[in-house]
Write a protein that binds this ligand. Structure first.
Ligand SMILES: Cc1cc2nc3c(=O)[nH]c(=O)nc-3n(C[C@H](O)[C@H](O)[C@H](O)COP(=O)(O)OP(=O)(O)OC[C@H]3O[C@@H](n4cnc5c(N)ncnc54)[C@H](O)[C@@H]3O)c2cc1C
Length: 248
C-alpha cells in the first residue's frame, strides 16, 4: 500500500493483464505520449491520482515490464494515457516505445497500483520531481489536493515542460544529468516557511530523491510533516525498484 493511501481494505484488485491497442503515439522532444484503448479497459478503475501501471514489452527472455504513471484515464471512451520520457542513453522499454511503437500495436498492461489519497488533513502539499514524476504531479494537481499546493518539476529544457498547468513551476537543468545536484534541492532550501500540517511527495532519480527526502525531513520532520519519497529510476541501474513502492 502506498504511504498516502488510507488504511483499510486494499483499493486495488489483484493484477490483471490487459491487452491494449495503441490508439495514438505523439512524440514531443524527449517525450512520447501514448494513448491505449480497448475493451480490456471496460472494468478498469483508476481511483487515485498518481496511480501507475506496469507496461510490458514481449522479449526473447520473457516480458520486460516498467512502471508508468496513468496520466489520464477516460472510463467512458476507455482510453488510458501514459507519458514516456525518452532518455539520452536509452532504456529497453522507453527506446522501444520511441523507435518502434505505432498505432495499432498491442501492449500488455498490469495494474493500476499506488496513487495519492487526497486527505482533508493537510494544510499544504509540496510536490517535487523530475520529468518521470511530471505525469504523477500533474495528475495530483489536476485532481485538486486540499490546501495550498506547491509543485516543482525539474526538466531539461522549456520544451520539456509540456504540462502547462499554471500551478506547476518548472526548473530547467539543461544538459546536466538528472542525478547531479538538482535545482530542486536549492528550491527546497529557499521555500518560505509553510505553516500548518503538510505533506511532501518526492519522486525522480533515486539518489536525488534520497537527498531531497533528507532535506525535507530535516526541515519539516520536527513539525510532523509527512514525507513520502520514491525513486522512480536510478542512474546506471536497469529496472530499478524502490522498496517504498509495491511493484507487484
Ligand atoms: C511508480 C512509478 C511511476 C513512473 N512513472 C513514469 C512515467 O509516467 N513516465 C516515465 O517516463 N517514467 C516513469 N517512471 C520511471 C520509469 O519506470 C523508469 O525510468 C524505467 O527505468 C524506464 O525503463 P527503461 O526500460 O526505459 O530503462 P531501464 O532499462 O530501466 O534503464 C536503462 C538505463 O536507463 C537509465 N534510466 C532509466 N530511466 C531514466 C531517466 N528517466 N533518465 C535518464 N536515465 C534513465 C537507467 O539508469 C539505466 O542505466 C516511473 C517509475 C515508477 C516506479
Amino acid at each position: 500500500m502506498h504511504m498516502f493511501d488510507a488504511p483499510g481494505e486494499p483499493r486495488f484488485p489483484p493484477y490483471a493483464y490487459r491487452d491494449l491497442e495503441v490508439v495514438s503515439v505523439r512524440k514531443h522532444r524527449g517525450l512520447i505520449r501514448v494513448v491505449l484503448g480497448g475493451k480490456a479497459l471496460a472494468d478498469l478503475t483508476v481511483p487515485l491520482p498518481a496511480a501507475w501501471v506496469k507496461v510490458f514489452l514481449p522479449g526473447p527472455s520473457g516480458d520486460v515490464g516498467r512502471a508508468y504513471t496513468v496520466r489520464r484515464f477516460d472510463p467512458v471512451r476507455q482510453l488510458l494515457e501514459i507519458d514516456v520520457v525518452r532518455r539520452r542513453q536509452g532504456g529497453a522499454l522507453s527506446n522501444w516505445i520511441y523507435e518502434r511503437l505505432a498505432v495499432g500495436d498491442h501492449l500488455h498492461v498490469a495494474g493500476p497500483r499506488g496513487g495519492v489519497e487526497p486527505t482533508a488533513q493537510a494544510d499544504w502539499h509540496l510536490l517535487l520531481g523530475d520529468e518521470t514524476a511530471l505525469p504523477a504531479i500533474a495528475s495530483m494537481v489536476e485532481a485538486g489536493l486540499p490546501g495550498r499546493s506547491i509543485a516543482l518539476v525539474e526538466v531539461p529544457f522549456p520544451d520539456d515542460a509540456y504540462d502547462e498547468n499554471p500551478l506547476i513551476q518548472f526548473l530547467f537543468r539543461g544538459r546536466a544529468a538528472n542525478d547531479e545536484p538538482s535545482y530542486l534541492e536549492t528550491a527546497l532550501d529557499s521555500l518560505p516557511t509553510l505553516p500548518g500540517r503538510g505533506r511532501v511527495w518526492i519522486a525522480g532519480e533515486a539518489a536525488v530523491v534520497k537527498r531531497l527526502k533528507r532535506a525535507a525531513v530535516d526541515r519539516w520532520g520536527p513539525s510532523g510533516v509527512t514525507v513520502h519519497a520514491a525513486g522512480y529510476w536510478k542512474m546506471g541501474q536497469t529496472d530499478y525498484k524502490d522498496d517504498a513502492l509495491v511493484t507487484g
